[in-house]
Structures are given as structure tokens and as C-alpha cells.
Design a protein around this ligand. Sequence first.
Ligand SMILES: NC(=O)c1ccc[n+]([C@@H]2O[C@H](COP(=O)([O-])OP(=O)(O)OC[C@H]3O[C@@H](n4cnc5c(N)ncnc54)[C@H](O)[C@@H]3O)[C@@H](O)[C@H]2O)c1
Length: 327
Amino acid sequence: MATSTNPAAILDRYRNTCVIGAGVIGASWAALFLAHGLNVVVHDPQPDIEAAVKQALRKIGPTLRELGLPHEGLERKLRFEGDLERAVAGADLVQENGPENTEWKQQLWARIEQAVPKHALLLSSSSARTATLQAQHMRDPGRLLVGHPFNPPHLIPLVEVVPGERTDPQATADAVAFYTALGKVARVLHKEMRGFVANRLQGVIMREACYLVKEGVVTIEELDDIVTSSIGLRWAVNGPFSSFYMGGGPTGFRGYFKQFGPGMKLSWANPSPIEYSDEVAQLIIDQGDAAYGATPMEQMERRRDDTQIALLRARGSLPPKAPEGGA
Ligand SMILES: NC(=O)c1ccc[n+]([C@@H]2O[C@H](COP(=O)([O-])OP(=O)(O)OC[C@H]3O[C@@H](n4cnc5c(N)ncnc54)[C@H](O)[C@@H]3O)[C@@H](O)[C@H]2O)c1
């Protein structure tokens, strides 16, 4: 089937969406889907889910406005459904954001398969579990794949699109078209690997960051400051490879490996000796409370969203600022 590149025509194919699990990630997806005019049915057993999602919509509203998207009256196309089968009946697209638990996701998809229309696109936000693993109890997982966003999905551009072994290539193309129509940067991985790409990178950095804090080289606040003043800023413009290509001088990577190869050989052979333990976690929790505990989470999130938007604008990744008072 030929895929249209007109965002409105693409989104029209997914008018009815179902968001399974509406915590941190699901509520953010729901806000973005609603801002693009899609109908959203939320399925989440949490008793106060309606109030929680409505509160999230209010918090996300100013960011949607900055993105040039509608941000008022979003609740008109929002519905809550406690019964899973009824929630997915009639859905053109399901975005799953429930617990990060393989067995749970496997059971969920096996049930959804029985109740959802055949054409529906089935997407999991999982941070690490592959579609092949999630699909193990499904008869036909041709429309199931991972669409892994970054927190918060309404703002951070990347979605890692990761098909499973039995995913139909058309479903992958449809997922890319859908996320692109939402303004996301959808990148298809060539191979499934637990943790995908960006989280594997974050995992390595987090391990080393915890090691440096545990060894008393820096506090967590100092480490955050070092990162945002150096590699964080750099990587918003150039990835690690193009950064180091330039770092190698006129001969690019030839110069880079000539200069830094011997040091890399040594450090690759001697990874920092740290094991995950409750003590390490507690050290970070305590320092986190001291550094950030006094600032309300909503205030931290507001600053994060505002600064990310300014950065995206500076990179030319967003349209010019919406006029004051605009919808
Ligand atoms: N938090 C992140 O930074 C992040 C980023 C990208 C992807 N993810 C992935 O998104 C998914 C959700 O993560 P989160 O951080 O939003 O978690 P969360 O705990 O904030 O939200 C999970 C939601 O699932 C709901 N839930 C529990 N049982 C359910 C059920 N049986 N049916 C439907 N909903 C149910 C919970 O009530 C909760 O609201 C995970 O797979 C995670 O790996 C998380």
C-alpha cells in the first residue's frame, strides 16, 4: 500500500486511538494524540486515573501551546474505559505504556489481539523489551512493534521504531508515517536488541556516573552540571561520532584513533569496577533528595520543557514561536 506523506491524511487513518497505561509516558502520549485531533480512549486500572490524566493535560498544555499545537478543550475527545476488550474495540491504533514487565505485556497483547480490529497498529512504548518477546503468545503479531519514546513523548523528538521478527514491513512503514505525522523523529532500528539504542547508551553513562559519585569524585549535582555544560550541549548538535570525527582534526577518525586509540584500548579492557547494589541506589537517592528534593517536580518539569523547546528552536527543529494568546 502506498503511504501518503500528508500528515493530516496519515493521522486520519488513526482517528481512534487507545492508550493503555496512562502514567508518566501514557498521559504524555495521550496529550499529544489529543492535540493532533485524535480520539483517545485511556485504559488504566488506577482508581484516580481520570483526575491524574486531566491534571497531566493541564500541566502539558503550555508546552503544547509552545509547540504550536491546540491545548485547550483536549478533554472533549478523551474517554476512559476500564474494560480492556471494550477499550480496544474500534481502535485504529493502540499505544501501550503499562508496567515494564515481559509476562504482563505478553498476556496483554494476547488479549488485545482477540478484541482489536485487524487493521489496528499495535505499538509498545517499552524501554527495553523487544516486540518478538512481547508477541510470544500472539497468533499473528504482524501489526505489533515497539515505538519507544523519550520522556516526555509530547516533547522529545525521537521515537525508536523496532519491528519484531514477525512484524509486517508495512506495519513498520505505517508506524514511521504515524509518528512522523505527529512531528516525531522516527528512526527504525535494523535489528532488535534489548534496550534498543539510546537507553543502552544512557545505561553505560549512568553506570559510570554512579561509579564517579560512589568514588567521591563528584556529587550528583556537580556531575549533572558537568554533563549539561559539555557533552549534553554538544550532543544536542552533534552525535558522539560526528563530534569525535571533528575531534580527530583534518583527517577525521584516522587522526582520532591514532591519538586516542591506545587510551581506548586500555579503558575498554578495564571497565570501572562497580556492581549494582542497594547501597549504591541509596547513595544516589540521598544525594538526589538533598540536591533536588526541595524543588517541586512540576517546577522542574516546567523548566525542562521550556529549555528543551528553546533548544529545539535554536536547532531549527521547531516552527517559530506561536503568537501570544494563540490556541
Ligand atoms: N518513564 C520513562 O522515562 C519511560 C520512557 C520511555 C518508555 N517508558 C516505558 O513506558 C512504559 C510505562 O512507563 P511509565 O514510566 O509511564 O510507568 P508508570 O508507572 O508511570 O505508568 C504505568 C501505568 O500503567 C498502569 N497500569 C498498571 N497495570 C495496568 C493494567 N493492567 N492495564 C493498564 N494499565 C496498567 C499504571 O496504573 C500506571 O498508570 C514502560 O514500558 C516503560 O519502559 C518509560
